[in-house]
Design a protein around this ligand. Structure first.
Ligand SMILES: [Zn+2]
Length: 278
């Protein structure tokens, strides 16, 4: 184990000790803030959902739709735009046979001749009655200021049933499907590795995942938050198995890089949370 006496290595040692003892609590389930299927955006075309997503939201609605939901658009908020089809009668008639009535109906076919912009407002720009789900509150995430200083944008994304979040170094963004701090710190640790390790891109996935997870675990420990140890252990064990290593051995293999990743975050941190532990 590292003999270095930094707060980061102390935290990592504590976590590995717990892993070694094997007295690990069960992983806990996280809630996601994936909007429920009954929000209007779920009925939009994929292109319109992508348009809203690019404009920073997963839930946008028209002025009166927000009113119906008991919310109103904040003063000074500007609309974002999605596209609605412009339909025109095509002068073509289609015969539609109704099996139930046995009748044939003539229906004029409408064709799409273009698109018009529909103004909608982002949930982030509204207030009022609480929603059935929580929009992402970036400011509430621990160490979110570091992401901002590193030029990384934090965005909300829908839970796909597998990933709670990801970091894209190319796009410099962290996308989260949960406001869980463990997930955020895991993605921030990925970002940190890309900063300190020029070969990060080529590193095997199991290494990167264990580095990110062990770093997140150490950061939470340093902030006095230890409630996720079962999740860290399960996550790291899954990737250690890919490398045919025991959980602790896999951690030892990546320890040096992991401590640098933690250190990069500690140094960037202006909050007292991390520095107190030093
Ligand atoms: Zn990861």
């Amino acid at each position: 184990m590292s003999t270095s006496n930094t707060a980061g290595s102390k935290a990592v040692n504590k976590i590995l000790e717990a892993f070694e003892k094997g007295n690990i609590p069960q992983a806990i389930a996280y809630s996601t803030f994936t909007p429920p299927a009954n929000i209007p955006a779920y009925k939009w075309t994929q292109r319109n959902r992508a348009l809203a997503f690019l404009q920073g939201t997963g839930d946008a609605r028209g002025f009166s739709q927000w009113k119906e939901a008991g919310r109103h658009v904040k003063k000074g908020a500007t609309a974002i735009f999605i596209l609605g089809p412009i339909l025109k009668k095509s002068n073509q008639v289609m015969d539609i046979f109704d099996e139930k009535t046995g009748e044939t109906q003539h229906e004029e076919i409408m064709e799409c001749v273009g698109y018009h912009a529909i103004p909608v407002f982002r949930v982030e720009d509204t207030e009022g009655k609480p929603l059935e789900y929580l929009p992402l509150d970036v400011k509430a995430l621990p160490l979110a200021d570091i992401a901002a200083r590193w030029g990384i944008e934090i965005k909300a994304g829908a839970f796909n049933g597998e990933y709670y979040g990801y970091y894209s170094d190319g796009k410099k963004e962290i996308v989260l499907a949960t406001d869980n701090e463990r997930t955020f710190l895991h993605e921030l640790s990925h970002a940190s590795q890309y900063r300190i390790d020029p070969k990060a891109e080529q590193a095997p996935a199991w290494e990167k995942e264990i580095i990110a997870e062990l770093s997140a675990s150490a950061l939470l420990y340093m902030m006095g938050k230890e409630g996720h140890i079962g999740n860290h252990f399960a996550y790291i064990t899954r990737y250690a198995e890919q490398a045919h290593l025991s959980t602790v051995k896999a951690c030892m293999k990546i320890l040096d890089t992991c401590l640098k990743v933690i250190n990069e975050i500690v140094e960037a941190s202006e909050t007292q949370e991390l520095n107190q532990a030093a």
